[in-house]
Design a protein around this ligand. Structure first.
Ligand SMILES: Nc1ncnc2c1ncn2[C@@H]1O[C@H](COP(=O)(O)OP(=O)(O)O)[C@@H](O)[C@H]1O
Ligand SMILES: [Mg+2]
Length: 192
């Protein structure tokens, strides 16, 4: 499915807001859901996934899965959604193709988990007839903040350096026929 059924764009100004937005989204996710996260290094894909984990009530410790391609975070019986889905967190950066994705057998866990794939675009779409795309961008305006006016690179990996992000959500397939209410509510708050 190539056409998105809807698109919602939200802006946040801090990493905590990205986390909180993702936690709200995590609260409405269901087993079988596939999320495809796109954005340059340091855009906030892992930060977003950590928020999803909180909303899902899965075991903490979500990190950039740099060396391990797939991590499973089991749902916690004493969390906000006992009996809810696990979180399967994938970093597909080093995987070149859909064939390599198939080698890691995500199908085995998809039915009981929410599967979140950083760098998943053009690699994981075949895993499900539906997906929620989440694109994170650093620059809000047209100009990229990746370099200062004199062309010197700034360090964006500095911790606690809150910056604005634009987060674009797109729904594909029957599961995402409608945008989740949580995105509408957040848009309204933002628009006030
Ligand atoms: N608004 C924001 N949203 C998300 N992260 C932010 C934001 N502002 C600053 N940051 C910082 O940017 C970095 C994002 O890192 P990470 O989530 O690992 O990105 P990625 O997984 O996309 O490479 C973190 O250090 C985070 O604190
Ligand atoms: Mg990451």
């Amino acid at each position: 499915m190539s056409e998105a059924q809807w698109e919602r764009t939200l802006t946040v100004t801090t990493a905590e807001q990205t986390h909180a937005l993702a936690a709200a989204v995590g609260g409405v996710l269901e087993a079988g859901d596939l999320l495809v996260l796109t954005g340059e290094l340091g855009a906030g894909k892992t930060t977003f996934t950590q928020g999803l984990g909180e909303g899902l009530g899965v075991r903490a410790g979500i990190i950039s899965p740099t060396f391990v391609l797939v991590r499973i975070h089991p749902n916690l019986p004493d969390g906000p959604r006992p009996g809810g889905p696990d979180l399967v967190h994938v970093d597909a950066y080093r995987l070149d193709s859909a064939a390599e994705i198939d080698d890691i057998d995500l199908e085995n866990t998809m039915d009981t988990a929410v599967t979140v794939v950083e760098w998943g675009r053009d690699r994981v779409e075949h895993l499900s007839d539906s997906r929620l795309e989440v694109d994170l961008h650093r620059s809000v305006g047209g100009e990229s903040p990746a370099s200062s006016p004199d062309g010197e690179f700034l360090d964006f990996d500095t911790e606690d350096d809150d910056e604005p992000r634009t987060i674009v959500f797109r729904g594909f397939g029957p599961r995402w026929a409608e945008a989740p209410q949580v995105l509408e509510i957040t848009s309204q708050l933002e628009g006030r």
